[in-house]
Design a protein around this ligand. Structure first.
Ligand code: DX5
Ligand code: ZN
Length: 218
């Protein structure tokens, strides 16, 4: 698979030095930015003004993961802020079709995310409206949690549905992705890999990104 992509999550980076921390992942495909609002998840990170600032200094495109209530209202603003991919949670969206369309109309790739307890099947029709599906492999809210291998059948189900429909949707996995777990994600059909602690916890961040790539392709 030639198109496997690495999207390091800056949630595990030094928030006092985000420009420098983005510079350390210049060899990645994306920078994954986790937006949390203390309501959809019990944690609070950053919002649109900070995303706008990150877009200005990032060497790689911004992959924005919105863990917020009312994404229908807020998601298009992140595309307008310059995020090249905007992911919202289906559990929080009142009108996911309209939200996906608004993200695309604002010039970004659109994606929907499902938490570990959320099945994919009810959202299969949404594949027609998005460029990517994010299958969470931890409960959203915090970095450094253990990978949930029991989510791999869901990744397979998304891959099979996409094939059946002939749409070339990307499948992202997020949570506990590491050198030990990336292989089973590839095997299940994922092609975009978010890694926070596995990347920023390494002494040599660039080398770890290269190792993740090599392991994914192995
Ligand atoms: C968790 C976030 C993830 C997080 C992953 O809710 O969505 O992006 O940063 O961190 P790791 O890779 O450490 O599990
Ligand atoms: Zn994330």
């Amino acid at each position: 698979t030639p198109h496997l992509q690495i999207s390091p999550s800056i949630l595990s980076a030094d928030f006092a030095n985000l420009e420098r921390e983005l510079g350390r992942i210049a060899d990645a495909d994306w920078a994954h930015v986790d937006v949390m609002d203390n309501h959809f998840v019990p944690n609070l990170t950053l919002g649109q003004p900070v995303v706008e600032a990150l877009v200005r200094v990032s060497p790689v495109p911004i992959d924005c993961h919105l863990m917020i209530e009312d994404p229908d209202r807020w998601a298009p603003g992140y595309a307008e802020a310059g995020a090249r991919s905007v992911t919202f949670h289906v559990e929080a969206a009142a009108d996911p079709v309209a939200t996906a369309r608004a993200i695309r109309a604002a010039g970004a790739r659109a994606a929907f995310a499902v938490k570990p307890g959320t099945p994919f099947e009810p959202y299969e029709e949404l594949l027609a409206e998005v460029d990517m599906v994010l299958v969470m492999t931890v409960e959203p809210g915090f970095g450094g949690q253990s990978f949930m291998a029991d989510q791999m059948p869901k990744v397979r189900a998304v891959r099979e549905a996409a094939k059946r429909r002939g749409t070339d949707v990307w499948i992202q996995v997020d949570g506990g992705v590491s050198l030990d777990t990336i292989g089973q994600c590839v095997e299940a059909g994922a092609d975009v890999f978010v890694a926070g602690s596995a990347v920023y916890g390494a002494d040599d961040v660039a080398a770890r990104i290269a190792e993740l790539r090599a392991t994914a392709h192995a």
